[in-house]
Design a protein around this ligand. Structure first.
Ligand SMILES: [Zn+2]
Length: 147
């Protein structure tokens, strides 16, 4: 894990899991400017919080709710950090509304690692497939419980 303390003298927002000084992000690398970092996405499981395979966030060090208040070229830093980790990503973007699934108020740009033979699926197809899998899982659970 890369050091979480910054030299930017930024006050973290209490309880925000993406403000690095709160120590809840697994930082892989920082940008040259020090204003952004790339971190593994952590997901809650029975075994606690574990890294999701191939899933990363690029996060500004400062707490911004959306990109309208950023005063630097965040996407340029996203490109720099993608280069640093040396992975190919096939889906990436912002979740800017809570309806879009965003659960954390600190702006973050997500990246999903592409594997060599992955189908080039768009976000719409991925969401659709996710809904189908959830429906299948609920149906299988109901059958198992005899409902
Ligand atoms: Zn924050």
């Amino acid at each position: 894990m890369v050091a979480t303390r910054t030299s930017l003298k930024i006050q973290p927002v209490d309880g925000c899991p993406f403000c690095p000084d709160n120590g809840m992000v697994d930082i892989t690398a920082r940008s040259k400017s020090g204003r952004t970092f790339i971190a593994k996405v952590l997901v809650r499981t029975d075994r606690g919080m574990v890294p999701a395979r191939g899933a990363y966030f690029v996060i500004p060090v400062e707490h911004h709710i959306d990109y309208s208040t950023l005063d630097f070229d965040f996407l340029k830093e996203v490109a720099e950090l993608k280069e640093v980790v040396g992975l190919s990503f096939d889906n990436e973007g912002f979740n800017l509304t809570t309806k879009g699934g965003r659960q954390i108020e600190h702006l973050h740009y997500w990246l999903m690692k592409a594997h060599p033979h992955d189908q080039p699926l768009g976000l719409h197809t991925l969401r659709q497939r996710h809904r189908e899998l959830l429906t299948e899982r609920r149906a299988a659970e109901s059958r198992r419980r005899g409902w």
